[in-house]
Design a protein around this ligand. Structure first.
Ligand code: GLN
Ligand code: ZN
Length: 767
């Protein structure tokens, strides 16, 4: 590379919030329990922000983000910033801002929280703004100004980061009581003056640049939405009393929004150049680049855990130099989505650990690339050599190249991914084999994960009990779960999943090719952090994973016990996946390992096997032109998992969310014999939708909302069932809860399931 840019700076869009030992979680949860005072919580938070900024600055980052920190969620912080406090929370917020904030996030005894949903295609959840025609916005820049001043006081160059107005409105939903077709975007003209005020406050507080995050623009947008975008940045760009504006996008390409923002009177753009967003490079050239503007080039992937390919990034950066006034180096998105520090992972083989980059390592990569860009690649010769060696070690490793796995995956044929008989013939064979009543009852798999179970697991880990004692504890639990279901009169039983810590981790721990982390915590929502396993290599199954417990459960009863597995798509979606081969290839390897498990379950006597795919919908690519490819490999992986069983063996699948209009065809393509879905809250809406779409197989729309401790009465469940029967004939309708019961308590579960069986019997008797 010959071209350099004397000015290239390094920065990130955001940083993990929790601290090295999840100090933030401890402080906040302590505050909720009143063990930690508000002042102590504020001090702890300020200390964490300081540590993060110092960490960034010490690594050589020249411009740190501010305002990305949050006690709970940055979208909720934005609602506070623009004064969009739902009516039901206003009193609490007025009484005490901090308690009011947590009331919006978590609800109180009397007041429901804001709804929570996934932030684009990540596993981070934000709190959905509730807006209506009566919403009155008002600016409150307290948090944003205070955090900027903290960073400036440390002598740092700091750039406040805000959720942009278009994304904010597009993520909002109509407030309770507001017509469902209300479009929050119609509030844009009311919202922009509030942003103008916040921008002026930040300018006055010393901000040279302010970043407005608009990830909603990487999704397919209507002409109206694109016009609103153009108008927004014409208006904000046209303000006289404002800092320089940087509009940030990430997770995919900007597409049609790119020419709009390129032309807008703003001062800079942040673009993602990783994964599907790599298309931004050609798109940027096609619009003639960003003359006169700053470009933040997101070349270091902020949402996976792999080291960067320096040569590739430098080549992208080199091309970009000709396309903008000034090019700075950044993460592709906030580093919130990755764990903090890979060097904390002492249990990972050092030969593998060198392939990993968490937030701290990514920061160093960004700084190195910025140095290479501004001072020439000779100044990073040693880093380049080390990077090349690390990449080569990964590419050549036995973990990423298992010949047996590769040969098997390459030999997969169409017929492997197809059941031997069409659904109608299978259904007849299953009816004869299983002898179930009409409207058969079942559950989704897990039963309450009690404190005793968690304690037993912790005791096993700590060596306080041995495997035999732990296994005995699990057997006792399975006995109880089985005996309860038999007494309650459920038709297809489950073992209750007491041995599973988590539906993905449990399998990841048993599959070769997966790594577990000790400290790899990533925020899922609020103070809840998860440690996604790392899918690092070729996947194989050294031995059966679930057969033992399923067989034990089946030995206790004459009724069918459902074998229970997590499907290949969900195994990928809730892990960090390898980036050195197409996702479809990884999915196929996982599917083959699971297929062996399915076949082993069948051989051990299981007539019903459920393969859960709750994540099928959520990893749908953000843009429609990516859907077909994704759904192609995703459904193939599912069919490959389930395709090897006899016609009389009934394959179930389960998905949590009922919002599946755009993946109906894919659900059909799974060719599962039975699908259970969430439906209780929407009054069986999904049953009608499936019927309208012509879904030909058996369906179990949930009649028991497991997200609430409320016990549904038998009459209520029966009413839902009758509603279901309006759409699905009795021969194809199942009776089950919305999802697994692991988060619920035994007393409510007992009564709810008894009521569910009563409802099924009652409705059966009228058929
Ligand atoms: N079988 C799992 C359970 O019952 C399914 C969980 C899910 O869909 N998220 O817990
Ligand atoms: Zn579910």
């Amino acid at each position: 590379m010959t071209s350099t840019s004397a000015t290239a700076r390094s920065t990130v869009h955001g940083y993990p919030r929790q601290g090295r030992n999840r100090e933030l979680k401890k402080a906040i949860e302590g505050y909720w329990k009143r063990d930690v005072s508000a002042d102590a919580l504020r001090d702890a938070a300020a200390g964490l922000r300081r540590t993060n900024w110092r960490q960034l600055a010490d690594a050589g980052v020249q411009e740190v983000p501010t305002g990305d920190f949050s006690y709970y969620d940055h979208v909720l912080d934005t609602s506070v910033m623009v004064g969009a406090i739902p009516a039901r929370h206003r009193a609490a917020v007025a009484a005490d801002a901090l308690d009011g904030y947590f009331a919006m996030a978590r609800g109180t005894q009397d007041v429901a929280p804001l709804e929570m949903t996934k932030w684009f295609d990540t596993n981070y959840h934000y709190l959905v703004p509730e807006l209506g025609p009566d919403t009155v916005f008002s600016a409150d820049s307290t948090k944003q100004v205070a955090e900027l001043k903290e960073a400036l006081a440390l002598g740092l160059t700091a750039r406040p980061v805000l959720v942009g107005p278009i994304t904010y409105l597009l993520l909002a939903k109509p407030a309770p009581g507001v017509a469902a077709d209300f479009e929050p975007l119609t509030l844009l003209d009311r919202l922009l003056p509030v942003y103008a005020e916040v921008l002026a406050d930040l300018l006055a507080a010393g901000a040279e640049w302010v970043q407005l995050d608009e990830p909603a623009l990487v999704q397919d947008r209507t002409p109206g939405e694109l016009n609103a975008t153009a108008r927004t940045y014409r208006v904000l760009g046209g303000l006289t009393d404002r800092p320089k504006l940087l509009v940030a996008s990430y997770f995919d390409r900007l597409g049609e929004a790119l020419p709009i923002l390129a032309k807008a009177p703003i001062d800079g753009l942040a673009l993602d150049f990783t994964g599907p967003a790599a298309a931004n490079l050609d798109d940027l050239a096609a619009v003639g680049g960003l003359p006169g503007k700053r470009l933040l080039a997101g070349v270091v992937n902020g949402r996976n855990v792999w080291i960067n390919d320096y040569e590739k990034s430098l080549s992208v950066l080199g091309t970009l130099l000709g396309l903008a006034e000034r090019v700075d180096v950044a993460s592709s998105c906030s580093l919130l989505h990755v764990p903090l520090d890979a060097t904390a992972e002492r249990d990972i083989d050092p030969q593998i650990a060198r392939w990993l980059a968490f937030a701290r390592q990514k920061t160093t990569e960004i700084v190195t690339l910025a140095r290479g860009l501004s001072q020439g690649t000779d100044t990073i010769a040693a880093e380049l050599a080390a990077n090349r060696a690390d990449l080569a070690s990964r590419a050549g490793s036995a973990l990423t190249n298992d010949p047996a796995v590769r040969t098997r995956a390459a030999a997969v044929t169409d017929s492997d991914a197809r059941r031997s008989h069409p659904y109608e013939e299978r259904a007849a064979a299953q009816r004869a084999h299983l002898g179930l009543p009409l409207l058969p009852t079942t559950t989704i798999g897990s039963f309450p994960q009690t404190t005793e179970l968690r304690t037993a697991r912790a005791d096993l880990r700590a060596g306080r009990i041995d495997t035999a004692a732990y296994d005995a504890r699990i057997e006792t639990e399975i006995r109880e779960v089985l005996s309860f279901q038999e007494k309650a009169g459920i038709d297809v039983l489950v073992h209750g999943e007491p041995e599973r810590n988590d539906m993905v981790q449990y399998f990841a721990e048993q599959l070769t090719g997966y790594l577990a982390t000790q400290h790899g915590w990533v925020q899922s929502y609020g103070t809840r952090y998860v440690r996604p396993p790392i899918l690092a290599g070729d996947i194989s199954r050294p031995e059966p994973m679930t057969v033992r417990w399923t067989r034990f459960a089946q030995s206790l009863t004459a009724r069918p016990v459902k074998g229970m597995l997590t499907g290949p798509v969900t195994m990928l979606a809730w892990s960090f996946v390898r980036d050195d081969q197409p996702l479809g290839d990884t999915a196929r390897q996982v599917a083959l390992a699971l297929r062996d498990e399915v076949n082993d379950l069948e051989a051990a006597g299981s007539s019903v096997i459920q393969v859960d795919e709750p994540a099928l919908r959520e990893t749908l690519p953000l843009r429609a032109d990516g859907h077909a490819e994704y759904l192609g490999w995703a459904t193939e992986a599912f069919r490959l998992t389930a395709g090897g069983v006899r016609p009389a063996t009934q394959i179930h699948t389960h998905m949590c969310y009922a919002e599946f209009g755009d993946i109906f065809q894919a659900i059909d393509d799974l060719d599962a014999d039975v699908i259970s879905l969430e439906a209780a809250r929407s009054h069986m809406q999904v049953a009608g939708e499936l019927a309208t779409a012509g879904y030909p197989r058996e369906v179990g729309p949930g009649v028991y909302d497991i997200h609430s401790p409320r016990i549904p009465s038998a009459a209520e469940a029966a009413a839902l069932l009758r509603k279901g029967l309006e759409a699905i004939p009795a021969e194809r309708l199942w009776v089950n809860p919305d999802c697994g019961l692991k988060t619920r308590g035994w007393p409510e579960v007992r009564t709810s399931l008894e009521n569910l069986v009563t409802a099924a019997r009652e409705v059966r008797s009228t058929l």
